[in-house]
Design a protein around this ligand. Structure first.
Ligand code: 76R
Length: 280
């Protein structure tokens, strides 16, 4: 096999697909009523069928995850959230929306390109044990062993959810992009790992209080889009979404270092419900 001369170790085959985790795309559209009015009735009816099929998570060739929601406010009308190992499969959804009968009336207003990941701050079992000791739990005590065992049991599922997320059956979704700041005096990237790690531990603790009310997926976008992470939150109800974001504003990792982009609040619907709701 031909290899570039500077690489001696065997490299995996080149691929646009994710080896671990998924590509993720958030798409936003606004309905242009003027254009919609100009589409003849039969094209428009067929377009509704086409769009419903494109967005159908049960469709034969559907990406691994696809979810439709209705966006509040003027930033957009429709959100489509897509995840898959294959970025071309994800892009084909975008192109199918553009080229379907309703495509001309669906004006793209925003998009966000990212990938799922397991953050470097997720404590390993050893790091978790060290944290327990630091907090004063006696390593010889049954409580220590019980906590460690519980974490060992929990960790694989938590990591699975981070890279291959299940979407919860919750009605409310919010999405926003964020950075960790690099301004002088508050440059996250100049902090020691141990400082960043303890700030993220504080962050994790404040997040855990929302278990059962908020599900979050943090997707990474450094090198992929204009912000460093995408934050997708699903709420059992609208209030915990506001509450978690507000609460985290006081965590040092956010209070000192976080910068936020635009927020998109949306309500989950099936493709048919969304199409009817948008009066397409
Ligand atoms: O100690 C731990 O277990 C920490 C686990 C954890 C990590 C590593 C964690 C927990 N997060 C991590 C990483 Mn998070 N998260 C956000 C936001 O609005 C804001 O201020 C921030 C937006 C929310 C709402 C949220 C929720 N988190 C990250 C990272 C990546 C940092 C990196 O890798 O450099 C970002 C950008 C980020 C942002 N986080 C949790 C939550 C919740 C609810 C939890 C607890 C539940 C869980 O552990 O899954």
């Amino acid at each position: 096999m031909n290899r570039p001369p500077h690489t001696s170790a065997p490299q995996p085959d080149p691929t646009p697909n994710m080896t671990e985790g998924w590509h993720c795309l958030h798409l936003y559209y606004r309905v242009d009523q003027g254009i919609l009015n100009q589409i003849d009735q039969s094209t428009r009816a067929a377009g509704r069928e086409e769009l419903a099929a494109i967005l159908d998570p049960e469709h034969d060739n559907a990406p691994i995850r696809i979810q439709t929601s209705i966006v509040s406010g003027h930033k957009a009308d429709l959100q489509v959230l897509i995840m898959d190992t294959d970025p071309i499969k994800i892009d084909s959804i975008q192109q199918a929306i553009r080229s379907c009968g309703l495509g001309p009336a669906l004006i793209p207003t925003y998009s966000f390109v990212s990938i799922t990941e397991i953050s470097e701050y997720v404590p390993t079992l050893d790091q978790y044990a060290a944290k327990l000791k630091q907090e004063g739990t006696d390593p010889e005590s049954p409580a220590f062993q019980a906590k460690l065992k519980a974490y060992e049991g929990r960790l694989p599922a938590m990591n699975q959810q981070r890279i291959y997320p299940e979407f919860p059956d919750f009605p409310v979704c919010t999405f926003y992009p964020m950075n960790k700041s690099r301004v002088p005096g508050a440059n996250w990237y100049m902090e020691q790992f141990s400082n960043r790690y303890s700030m993220m531990a504080e962050h994790g603790l404040s997040g855990m209080k929302f278990a059962g009310r908020v599900v979050q997926v943090i997707t990474a976008s450094t090198g992929f889009d204009d912000w460093e992470w995408g934050v997708t939150l699903w709420g059992r109800a609208p209030e915990p979404i506001k509450e978690i974001v507000y609460t985290m504003r006081f965590d040092k990792a956010s209070a000192k270092y976080a910068e936020f982009g635009p927020f998109y609040l949306s309500y989950i619907m099936s493709p048919q419900e969304a199409i009817a709701h948008l009066k397409l």
